[in-house]
Design a protein around this ligand. Structure first.
Ligand SMILES: CC(C)(COP(=O)(O)OP(=O)(O)OC[C@H]1O[C@@H](n2cnc3c(N)ncnc32)[C@H](O)[C@@H]1OP(=O)(O)O)[C@@H](O)C(=O)NCCC(=O)NCCS
Length: 129
């Protein structure tokens, strides 16, 4: 199954975040290839999240992000995954921080705006040289 997903759109996508017990969908999580200024796909993969407001403050975004990072590193074998956020998006920046992502500065390269960029490298034992 995972191999099948990995063949579609280079394995990228948008997933629903559902609560384990009730199955209620509370948000979405993405792992997609970033597009450059000319809208061409790059080889840089971005993780992102969105929860409905009533689901904030419970750790769901962080838990979902960890699962998708695991998929990106272990199934897709990505060497690095990026996250980008507006500097005023404090809640998103806190998720990024909780995931242990490393700040690499501001960029104008994506989404036609200035954004803070972060990266997380694949755990060492899982990289294939
Ligand atoms: C960004 C967004 C997903 C963050 O949601 P969030 O609820 O703050 O993030 P998490 O799900 O990781 O939850 C963390 C919070 O839950 C708390 N929490 C409770 N139980 C927890 C647990 N088991 N594990 C981790 N955190 C837990 C944490 O203390 C933290 O609360 P705090 O920030 O008040 O200290 C949400 O604000 C959102 O959807 N925003 C709009 C969309 C958006 O901006 N997306 C990003 C575009 S770049």
């Amino acid at each position: 199954m995972q191999r099948h997903f990995a063949q579609l759109n280079n394995g990228t996508g948008l997933w629903a975040i559902a609560l384990k017990d009730s199955r209620e969908i509370v948000g979405t999580i993405i792992l997609i290839q970033l597009r450059d200024e000319k809208e061409n796909l790059t080889q840089d993969y971005e993780i992102g999240w969105h929860l409905k407001k009533s689901a904030w403050g419970k750790g769901y975004a962080t838990e979902a992000a960890k699962a998708i990072l695991d998929y990106g590193f272990n199934t897709l074998k990505l060497p690095v995954i990026y996250a980008i956020a507006r500097s005023e998006n404090v809640r998103s920046l806190r998720v990024i921080q909780r995931l242990g992502m490393i700040p690499i500065g501001r960029t104008n390269r994506y989404y036609k705006m200035e954004l803070e960029m972060f990266k997380l490298e694949a755990p060492k034992e899982q990289t294939h040289e």
